[in-house]
Ligand binder design. Structure first.
Ligand code: UDP
Length: 242
């Protein structure tokens, strides 16, 4: 296991799939409640937490484009899907007694706050969880890139990427029995070996801003807190011996 430093501020990236739980599509509220209670539990470690949610459980721009929709329009729908997930998570956090705010990159002031960097920083300083919705606000990007962008803007030391697998593998462990899991892997190796963990632009942005990416399974109960304590199963992506 690769030892982790003590973090003060981190960004949790949740894929839409993570919020789907055992459902085939959409939002599994039982799963969202569990994630919310895990976020509440990490409050005891005194760290400031940002969250970026994906939207793949509802709509992916590429899937819309494949069916003949304009890519930019399809991506707008995808970003709106992330707002739905953000609102669901925020609601569960409020019910769990956690102070949290949704800040959207696409302005919709009757629904949530717009993304304004100083305002987001102020929320964090006040101990609130900040959920960034609508990705970067631009088509042709992913929420992984949005996560890296916001992590850089917020001065986060790491991105905790909660997925349905417990780290980065040499190939898809669901398809290849001989896939091996990395304890630690460099940004460069992820890019060179085209490891399917984040899109290359997100990895390059993390590398350029020296933000570690820690990949773990959010499906494993309690794993978020374990990762923050530097225990548990995860893969660290950083500069390594680059
Ligand atoms: N998206 C976008 N710009 C962004 C972030 C997301 O256009 O900055 C759209 C894109 O269509 C994407 C969808 O939102 O397919 C959902 O995001 P993503 O696929 O990253 O979600 P995840 O895989 O994490 O569930």
């Amino acid at each position: 296991m690769t030892a982790l430093p003590r973090f003060n501020r981190v960004l949790l990236k949740l894929s839409g799939e993570a919020l789907m739980g055992s459902e085939p599509y959409g939002i599994d509220m039982a799963m969202v409640r569990r994630v919310a209670s895990e976020i509440r539990d990490v409050g005891q470690y005194g760290l400031e937490l940002c969250v970026v949610v994906g939207g793949g459980n509802i709509f992916r721009g590429l899937a819309g484009a494949a069916q003949g929709m304009d890519r930019a329009t399809a991506d707008h729908i995808g970003m709106l899907a992330t707002v739905m997930n953000a609102l669901a998570l925020n609601n569960a956090l409020v019910h769990a007694g956690v102070q949290s705010r949704v800040l959207s990159a696409i302005s919709m002031p009757t629904v949530c706050e717009p993304y304004i960097r100083p305002r987001a920083l102020r929320h964090l300083e006040k101990g609130r969880v900040v959920i960034f919705a609508a990705g970067t606000g631009n088509p042709y990007f992913t929420t992984d890139t949005a996560a890296t962008l916001r992590a850089a803007e917020m001065g986060c030391q790491a991105i905790l990427k909660g997925t349905s697998v417990d780290g980065v593998y040499s190939s898809d462990p669901k398809k290849h029995a001989d896939a091996t899991r990395f304890e630690r892997v460099s940004y460069q190796e992820v890019l060179a070996q085209q490891l399917r963990v984040m899109d290359p632009s997100a990895i390059a942005l993390a590398r350029d801003n020296d933000i570690s990416v820690i990949v773990f399974s959010i499906r494993e109960p309690g794993m978020l807190a374990s990762v923050i304590r530097g225990e548990g199963r995860y893969t660290v992506i950083d500069a390594g011996a680059d």
